[in-house]
Write a protein that binds this ligand. Sequence first.
Ligand code: HEM
Length: 143
Amino acid sequence: MKRIFSTTLLSGVLAAGLAFSPVSSASTSYFQQFGGIAGTRSMVNEFVNRASADPRIAAYFAHTSIPALKAALTIQFCNLEGGGCKFNMNMHAIHANLGVTQAAFNALASDLTRTMDQHHIPMAAQNNLLAKLAAMEPEIVTK
Ligand code: HEM
């Protein structure tokens, strides 16, 4: 299966990014393919370590509480993978003053992709998460 990587293509098409939805068998299996909550936490841990050390975007995270970011992203990804976690943070409000560029957004997406590859996450589960994150791009990219 081909990887979905175009952030702009999917923007606006998938609008339901943060809405809590009932657990379906397909989405449950995505969550399972990430290794449930323990696998998601482990993947997020490495993803945030990678992103916050990535010279393309590290400056954005200079004053961020990394443990808090890891905790929030674990819940958010669990929610997006169909794991049933409740997540209702406002992405626009959180990122409004950060000056996130399209290049920074793409760099973060590539860090996530590398991390998911290293965790051997199946392509369909990767694409599901990437598509849902791509749909949030208009709320996050402000510059
Ligand atoms: C779809 C993509 C993204 C998602 C889902 C996302 C998600 C989140 C979440 C849930 C938080 C809150 C963490 C907390 O409360 O501690 C957060 C904060 C933050 N995000 Fe993002 N983010 C995304 C893209 C980006 C990008 C591209 C950058 C910059 C390269 C970025 C930089 C930050 C920073 C610096 C904070 C901390 C803000 C603060 O400490 O006040 N985010 N993000």
